[in-house]
Design a protein around this ligand. Structure first.
Ligand code: AMP
Length: 215
């Protein structure tokens, strides 16, 4: 099964992607994660992408399209994949169609994660993670049980993504409405779209996700 997740930053796509990867044994592909690892490695792509990412703008289409092209041809994607954060605009969606056609593959479902803006802003600007084990927390919704110490590994060093601050979040939401929102109409017309109420708690969203994928 090949699936696309569409939703604003902070709508929970990453969490649901991880759950679905485990459940179906398919690959999760996040362009955001791929770009962040390029930034960490200070590669040519990473250096180019960093300024766009830090200011909440989209990285140029050709860069992300090349990243996806290189991943999607790998044999581990044959059983299926989840695209999280790609496509982000209609041009990327059209390029994806061409790519899949050349590989004789197709998208089975496009899942749209619906959440209101005020919740999104808190979800993103409150997000931080443990530097040691990567456990993710939120000042508003999932605080540390013991202030200053990771619930999972007990270490006390935490980090925040550069673009997870309120100012950049507002910019990212604006970009999302301008560039990514038209994708909803695009995939609706193709009869591929299913909507999820992404305000619920993760296990309930996952239940709904599974039934939507089977419908
Ligand atoms: P994410 O982790 O999906 O929220 O992505 C973080 C940042 O990476 C975005 O704000 C963009 O700057 C960049 N990015 C991720 N995916 C794409 C994409 N498909 N097209 C352009 N830029 C992207």
């Amino acid at each position: 099964m090949n699936v696309i997740f569409i939703g604003a930053p902070g709508s929970g796509k990453g969490t649901q992607s991880q759950m679905l990867q485990m459940h179906l044994g398919i690959v999760g592909i996040s362009t955001g994660d791929a770009l962040r690892s390029e930034v960490t490695n200070k590669s040519e792509i990473g250096i180019l992408a960093k300024s766009y990412m830090d200011s909440g703008q989209l990285v140029p289409d050709n860069v992300v399209i090349d990243i996806i092209k290189n991943i999607i041809v790998k044999p581990n994607c044959n059983k299926g994949f989840i695209l999280d954060g790609f496509p982000r605009n209609v041009n990327q969606a059209l390029e994806l169609e061409k790519m899949l056609e050349s590989l004789s593959k197709k998208i089975n479902k496009v899942v749209f994660f619906e959440v209101s803006d005020d919740i999104l802003i808190k979800r993103i600007s409150g997000r931080f993670s443990c530097k040691n084990c990567g456990a993710v927390y939120n000042h508003y919704f999932k605080p540390l049980k013991k202030e200053g110490y990771c619930d999972k590994c007990g270490k006390s060093e935490f980090e925040k993504r550069n673009d997870d601050n309120e100012q950049t979040v507002k910019k990212r939401l604006k970009v999302y409405y301008q560039s990514s929102f038209p994708l909803i109409e695009f995939y609706k017309k193709k009869n591929l779209l299913v909507k999820l109420d992404a305000l619920k708690i993760a296990p309930l969203i996952f239940e709904h996700l599974l039934s939507s994928l089977n419908s």
